[in-house]
Design a protein around this ligand. Structure first.
Ligand code: ATP
Length: 634
């Protein structure tokens, strides 16, 4: 009796997980035109209650809602595959693993499978499988979050069994709908039509209500800006609780070594003329566009960290770079530089292709065993000696970069640049960049509008790739394969074509863009076929906008492919950009798509956005009619 009393006391006042699960359930039912606003208000209502009554539990509740256990740059991947989930569901429900998989196939996902099997357990079954669990057990948000963290910490031999044991314990205590969302969290999709962007809007709304008009301002954009320099929700949420004015947020949540800043990105251009049009009367520079992996290098207090384009911590992958920075730049009082990590042939002093870099090991890299050497091509300075350089002009950043760092062949080089406004010179420079093994040029404003804009795909950075010299589109697209058709003839036994989708961030939906059957080597045909066997799903997901497209098989969104295409056209079949176009449900489709490579550095929700595809479509139309540019749109 005393045990259950203390349990009740423990949960008194705590956020109950059932409240979160019921919220997700209600959110999932909201459909229609203004659904995003309705969802925002509904979610904000529960958020504000938690903020007022259980402030210290708010961060876990928020993070769970956006499918995170911590910031992206801290490795917190759960590493739980379908096999473990199926075993746990089987143990909890008394069903065989085969029955669980069948249930998943009928219902569409493992979340629904556990919900259904828990709610239809016979009482006898319930007695055997959960006799140790008392009816009155109420899961708290903290309990669920802590258990997920515990799951994440399991590694090494025997960790699979331990994960299964911990997960089974948690699912036993959960009510059917709670179990559904725990499983969906592990499967990285709550399936409620509200992803991070919507939750972020609800967070802003909740804080606005929390401060009851005492702190005025645009919460949504302040949170957005803070996330660019400091992508750590805990820090931002703690700050938002403590402020008297919104101005304090950027003062407290700013760029700092050890925390990656979202990188600035470039807009694609189709010709050198377009660059002149864009940068008329502005000073600009052209740099080689190296073909490697973006590396944001941080150093402070003897600690070096390296972050990827999407903020993943790659420090373990490059002990050679870590060592180089330690040896040469100990004297600096902290810095953050932006660079491209490029595979390098030391014997012949030349750049090696991107594919060589990806064949280098990623985990547990021992510096003495490294066979593929890399050279750092540095092109920007974000922070130096306790000072942010983001607001400085590129001219100043570049000058300080050159004064602070020293070039060494095959180790560290400044991106080759040319400050020229002469058409022929730029053309020659572009051809040289390609000869040197680069992708083309990056063209950047030097003075006016030249500050570093974190997270922004900016018109102040333009890219001109060598592919533009063919008659193709001005950029490649990064798309997600979501389905396939079986091949015939030589391709029998594999998939002959794949259906590709872009990602609509506002709707949290994957929108179809084309079918692709070109660009696959025989080796890839087989490799991709095997790869997808683990990700087959019986029906398209509800977030796939794919009406009218028939495929033999469907996949979960797990991988991103870089695609080159000749043209974009309005299409009655594909759904990409249909919400932006508003043309009787028509979308845009890519013509003559061809596979370039697998984008290992992007996650499916970082695929080309519908907005980006639409921008390229629009730009293409502008170029076709020989007109000038449209206004900046972001
Ligand atoms: P892409 O497929 O072209 O790499 P992306 O979306 O990853 O597309 P973009 O903004 O289109 O990024 O192009 C900029 C990328 O080019 C940077 O992320 C960086 O990795 C690489 N890069 C190579 N050289 C430079 C340079 N001199 N300045 C800036 N970025 C460079």
């Amino acid at each position: 009796a005393s045990k259950s009393k203390s349990h009740n006391m423990e949960i008194k006042g705590a956020v109950l997980f059932i409240d979160m699960a019921e919220l997700y359930e209600q959110v999932g039912e909201i459909k229609g035109q203004n659904s995003k606003d309705a969802i925002k208000e509904l979610v904000a209502k529960l958020f504000i209650r938690i903020m007022k009554e259980n402030r210290e539990e708010f961060v876990p509740a928020y993070l769970f809602s956006i499918l995170k256990l911590g910031p992206d740059y801290e490795s917190w991947e759960l590493g739980i595959g379908q096999g473990i989930i199926v075993k746990s569901i089987s143990a909890v429900s008394g069903k065989s693993e085969k029955q669980v998989r069948e249930l998943m196939n009928t219902l569409g996902d493992l979340g629904l499978a556990i919900e259904k099997s828990k709610s239809t357990q016979t009482s006898l079954n319930k007695f055997f499988v959960s006799q140790s669990v008392k009816e009155e057990v109420k899961l708290t948000m903290i309990q669920v979050f802590n258990t997920l963290q515990q799951l994440q910490k399991q590694e090494g031999t025997g960790s699979s069994l331990e994960k299964e044991r911990i997960l089974t314990g948690l699912l036993r205590m959960a009510k059917p709908i709670e179990a559904k969302y725990i499983i969906r969290f592990i499967e990285k999709n709550l399936k409620i039509g509200a992803a991070e962007k919507t939750m972020q809007a609800a967070l802003a709304r909740a804080f606005q209500l929390y401060h009851k008009g005492n702190v005025e301002g645009d919460y949504e954009s302040i949170i957005n800006q803070a996330l660019c320099e400091c992508p750590n929700y805990k820090k931002i949420i703690d700050t938002l609780f403590s402020i008297q004015s919104l101005k304090e947020v950027p003062e407290l949540c700013h760029i700092i070594p050890g925390v990656p800043c979202k990188p600035m990105l470039a807009k694609p251009m189709k010709s050198i003329q377009m660059i002149f049009q864009r940068f008329e009367n502005m000073k600009f520079t052209c740099e080689y566009k190296y073909d490697g992996l973006r590396g944001q290098i941080h150093f402070e207090n003897g600690q070096v960290s390296i972050f990827s384009r999407n903020l993943e911590n790659m420090t373990q992958t490059y002990p050679d770079i870590v060592n180089y920075v330690h040896t040469h730049y100990q004297h600096l009082d902290g810095f953050i530089i932006d660079s491209e990590i490029v595979a390098y042939d030391v014997a012949n002093n030349r750049i090696l292709p991107f594919q060589t870099l990806t064949s280098r090991a990623k985990k547990n890299v021992d510096q003495n065993q490294i066979e593929i050497q890399v050279c750092l091509y540095i092109f920007d300075l974000l922070y130096l000696n306790k000072q942010s350089y983001l607001k400085e002009t590129l001219e100043k950043r570049r000058q300080t970069l050159r004064e602070t760092f020293k070039e060494e062949e095959g180790k560290l080089k400044f991106a080759t640049s040319r400050d020229s406004e002469n058409f022929e010179e730029i053309e020659e420079f572009l051809l040289n960049s390609i000869k040197m093994g680069c992708e083309g040029l990056m063209i950047k404003t030097l003075e006016i509008n030249s500050q570093y804009e974190p997270a922004k795909r900016s018109f102040n950075w333009l890219k001109l790739k060598k592919d533009y010299l063919d008659n193709g589109l001005s950029d490649t697209f990064d798309l997600v394969p979501i389905g396939a058709c079986y091949g015939t003839g030589k391709r029998k036994g594999f998939y002959g074509s794949y259906l590709l989708a872009c990602y609509n961030e506002d709707m949290d939906q994957y929108e179809t863009t084309c079918k692709i059957g070109t660009g696959f080597s025989d080796e890839n045909l087989e490799k991709f076929f095997q790869f997808f066997q683990e990700y087959l799903i019986p029906h398209p997901l509800s977030e796939y906008k794919c009406d009218g497209v028939n495929m033999d098989v469907w996949f979960s969104p797990v991988v991103v492919w870089e695609i080159k295409s000749a043209d974009i056209q309005i299409s009655p079949i594909y759904s990409a950009c249909s919400t932006i176009l508003q043309l009787n449900n028509k979308g845009v489709g890519l013509r003559f798509p061809r596979l370039i490579k697998v984008r290992e550095d992007k996650k499916p929700n970082e695929a080309t956005s519908s907005q980006f595809l639409y921008d390229v479509y629009k730009q293409q139309a502008v170029v076709a009619s020989n007109n000038t540019f449209e206004q900046d749109d972001d």
